[in-house]
Design a binder for this molecule. Structure first.
Ligand code: GDP
Length: 339
């Protein structure tokens, strides 16, 4: 029987799109046998990963993320880059027609031979979605994509997950009649390495300039230390292409700055550590949910918590006891088999 993982490894290294797509489907799966194969795949591909420019792109719905990625990605491809786009959107579902999952949004880039656009893996649990996206990024790097753009929705915790897998975090903002900071959470602003006010075109071009100036001032107030790196705030138009080169240059400048400080490597090392913990958390969570003993008690326990007859603390204890009892039985079974 041919070794499925060896076939995927060879195909990914040979840059076969079909193999890349299958490898990503494999790393997205949470089935235990698939996880085992995915681990083997990623371990084998590891030496071929890590060489891309990893950029997170965030912004509220409507900020123009997909238009921007389509335009920027196409420019980069024209200059000889190979561009991959992945996404983290825990609310998406393949059947639900999620915003990030809609492939028609990046029509130009999707049609390009030198680009690979992958919608967000489905799932409501951020940890699982982030893991799958991160592992997809590694597969894409091994397939020779030298720019990986990680798109995310501008709400909630997804930004944190994306910031933990990229080198540079780019935020797309919009000018909104003197109210620019509304809708942008302070925490997200603090995470941004580069900010671009999009839609700087037509009658609203000057609004975008004003917004950029004000955002720049707000960033300075947030970090008044004159020695600190200033987060550049630029304007651009994904429609006309104006400012896109400058935004990309700001991304490369940020990366060069990280490298000068020796921070690129330490950033990635820290990301590895937090990724390890994220995986421990995710595996435990999955394990608990799969455990037959947990399943046997879960409905009753949850109903008890809901109607107030069982405290959350007691319920958690019951679930964990059921889980560990299963684990202990599992270990016994293995010992029995071996004996
Ligand atoms: P996303 O939700 O952040 O992915 O935003 P989209 O890329 O779907 O864009 C939302 C809307 O803004 C669409 O109607 C786009 O055509 C429009 N849009 C995107 N970029 C620009 C831009 O640079 N200028 C103008 N005027 N409209 C834009």
């Amino acid at each position: 029987m041919p070794d499925p993982v060896a076939d995927l490894v060879a195909g990914v290294r040979a840059r076969s799109r079909a193999h890349v797509a299958r490898a990503i489907t494999l790393v997205e799966s949470s089935r235990p046998d698939h996880r085992e194969q995915a681990r083997e795949l990623l371990a084998t591909l590891a030496p071929d990963t890590g060489r891309s420019v990893r950029v997170g792109i965030s912004g509220i719905p409507g900020a123009g993320k997909s238009t921007f990625i389509d335009a920027l990605g196409t420019r980069l491809v024209e200059r000889g880059h190979r561009v991959a786009v992945v996404a983290v959107d825990p609310s998406s579902s393949r059947t639900g027609g999620s915003v990030l999952g809609d492939r028609t949004r990046m029509a130009q880039l999707t049609a390009s031979e030198d680009a690979f656009v992958r919608p967000s893996p489905s799932g409501s649990h951020l940890g699982g979605v982030a893991r799958a996206t991160r592992e997809s990024m590694l597969v894409l790097e091994a397939a020779g994509f030298d720019v990986v753009l990680v798109e995310t929705v501008g709400v909630g915790q997804s930004e944190v997950a994306v910031a933990e897998m990229v080198d540079t975090f780019l935020m797309l903002a919009l000018a909104r009649g003197g109210d620019q900071l509304q809708g942008i959470k302070r925490g997200i602003l603090e995470m941004a390495d580069v900010i671009a006010v999009n839609k700087a075109d037509g009658p609203h071009e000057s609004d975008a300039w004003v917004a950029a100036r004000e955002l720049s001032g707000a960033m300075r107030l947030m970090n008044p230390d004159p020695r600190a790196r200033r987060t550049p705030v630029l304007t651009c138009s994904a429609h006309t292409g104006a400012g896109l080169d400058e935004v990309w240059q700001a991304v490369l400048d940020h990366r060069a700055w990280l490298e000068e400080q020796g921070s690129l490597e330490s950033r990635r090392r820290e990301q590895q550590t937090s990724w390890m913990w994220a995986m421990v958390d995710a595996e435990l969570r999955d394990g608990v949910r799969r455990s037959p003993s947990v399943r046997a008690v879960l409905t009753e326990v949850q109903e008890g918590v809901a109607d107030g007859t069982v405290s959350a603390v007691d319920a958690a204890q019951q679930v964990l006891e059921a889980f560990f009892a299963d684990r202990a039985r599992g270990a016994d079974a293995v010992t029995d088999d071996a004996g």
